[in-house]
Design a protein around this ligand. Structure first.
Ligand SMILES: Cc1ncc(COP(=O)(O)O)c(C=O)c1O
Length: 401
């Protein structure tokens, strides 16, 4: 007889044996620079809450007020009875912030990629994707009936080669969709979006950028990668993002033309068939957009902290890869060593997690640090001191025994 569930235990045990299982760390309170993780007070050095907005008083107040005025839940999916005035206001505010004709909010960034990508390209089309694109893009592409082609990471020349190749297809592809992360989440490098957009213009291809890690970070006042490269909306037709990182809340979104948004909300199954955000979430997102518009100091502080940390780590002899953003990988090489470094940092009082194979290639294990605007100079010096101590002990930098 077939045992219908034995694979659950077996596959989990395999993961544990290979040390590939996720060990959840539990925050006993808010995600602040100093927080309690698994009962120990540590400096948070790996959260996506870049600007510290998840605890901003305006966001918390907006969320509380929305519960009183609109209730705890929305009651439905957006197209039936789950669109409140708050949802519409958020989309108007976001479009204004992004300088786009229109924006559409999804439940998460993952839902935006998984719902929209398969609608933008289907049978007879081709999707061209950076080899290091985020998993939610990969899953969105898998849901599409389009052909898939991959270009070398952040390599516009290779993208040009792939697009030229695609032009030779017979019958000719109906649509060509090029997708890239804006800021790559494992390395902190920035996609050459200006070059990608220029190539796509020549080939009549649509550009889709996932700016999850660029929003609140790059561009004028944190408006993101399209603003960073000063590109126009006719060159980058789909700017996708998330409220779960620098905005400090949760929720995905796309910005572009009114045509794009009309198409997206009628066609994305993740949007039409899944409940909409509760009022507290929407109100907090509106407040986050408001804070970004009115309080530029958070983005400025994020960059000041980033420069300080990167310089100190380089001076100590750490290899911090090719990052040009607040995501700073501390390259270690071998997976076991990255895990030991992370464990030692936690002992000293810094939470920074290891990223190991298969999340990154063999031999490319690292500690991924993510800078935060709410960290003080004292906090940064504490973290740098912890890296110095642990780095020397593990002979990652010179000066140990
Ligand atoms: C590049 C990228 N795209 C999309 C997502 C998904 O965003 P969300 O957390 O809103 O689902 C993430 C989050 O990890 C991401 O890093």
């Amino acid at each position: 007889m077939r045992d219908p569930t034995s694979f659950l235990r077996q596959e989990y045990d395999d993961l544990v044996r290979q040390e590939l299982d996720w060990k959840l760390r539990v925050l006993g309170g808010p995600s602040l620079p100093w927080c309690v993780v698994d009962g120990k007070k540590v400096l948070m050095f790996c959260s996506n809450n870049y600007l510290g907005l998840s605890n901003h008083p305006k966001l918390k107040a907006a969320a509380k007020e929305a519960v009183d005025t609109h209730g705890a839940g929305s009651g439905s999916v957006r197209p039936i009875a789950g669109t409140m005035d708050l949802h519409m206001e958020l989309e108007r505010r976001l479009a204004r912030f992004k300088g786009a004709e229109a924006s559409l909010v999804y439940q998460t960034g993952f839902a935006a990629n998984a719902g929209l990508i398969p609608q933008l390209a289907g049978k007879g089309d081709v999707i061209v994707s950076d080899e290091l694109n985020h998993g939610s893009i990969i899953d969105g592409v898998r849901l599409s009936l389009a052909e898939r082609r991959v270009y070398k990471h952040a390599d516009a020349e290779d993208l040009g080669r792939v697009l030229d190749e695609a032009e030779k297809a017979s019958p000719a592809f109906r649509r060509v969709l090029v997708i890239t992360d804006g800021v790559f989440s494992m390395d902190g490098d920035v996609a050459p979006l200006d070059k990608i957009a220029a190539l796509c213009s020549q080939h009549g291809a649509m550009v889709y950028v996932d700016d999850a890690h660029g929003e609140g970070v790059l561009g004028d006042g944190g408006r993101g990668i399209v603003s960073h490269f000063k590109l126009t909306r006719d060159k980058v037709q789909v700017e996708m993002g998330t409220f779960s990182k620098a905005f400090g809340v949760v929720g995905g979104h796309v910005s572009g033309s009114r045509d794009l948004v009309n198409f997206a909300y009628n066609k994305s199954r993740t949007w039409t068939l899944s409940g909409s955000h509760p009022p507290a979430v929407v109100a907090a997102c509106i407040a986050a957009v408001d804070v970004l518009e009115r309080e530029p100091q958070h983005v400025e502080k994020l960059w000041e902290n980033t420069r300080y940390f990167k310089k100190a780590m380089t001076d100590l002899g750490f290899d911090i890869g090719k990052s040009t953003t607040p995501i700073t990988p501390v390259m270690v090489g071998e997976s076991g060593r990255a895990k030991r470094l992370s464990a030692r940092l936690y002992e000293i009082g810094v939470l920074a997690l290891p990223i190991v194979y298969p999340m990154v290639a063999q031999g490319k294990a690292r500690i991924r640090t993510i800078m935060n605007a709410a960290l003080t100079r004292e906090d940064l010096d504490f973290a740098i001191g912890a890296f110095e101590t642990a780095g020397k002990e593990l002979s990652i930098i010179p000066g140990g025994n």
